[in-house]
Design a protein around this ligand. Structure first.
Ligand SMILES: [Zn+2]
Length: 61
């Protein structure tokens, strides 16, 4: 379970900005943090939709 850094909503899936580790519940919240210009400067894999429902699997080495 992750928390949206903008609206603090708990979520099982959402957007992850990988370089910063910031998480967002929806595009609206991404837009609160990053302007259109910021998003246009991002590389394609920088911000993507992901799921965190399986924390156990994620923590393996
Ligand atoms: Zn949010």
């Amino acid at each position: 379970m992750r928390t949206c850094i903008v609206c603090e909503k708990q979520m099982d899936d959402g957007f992850l900005h990988e370089p910063s580790g910031l998480t967002f519940c929806e595009e609206k919240c991404v837009n609160e943090k990053y302007s259109r210009e910021d998003q246009e400067d991002m590389i394609p894999d920088e911000l993507f939709w992901t799921k965190w429902h399986d924390e156990a699997e994620e923590s393996r080495c």
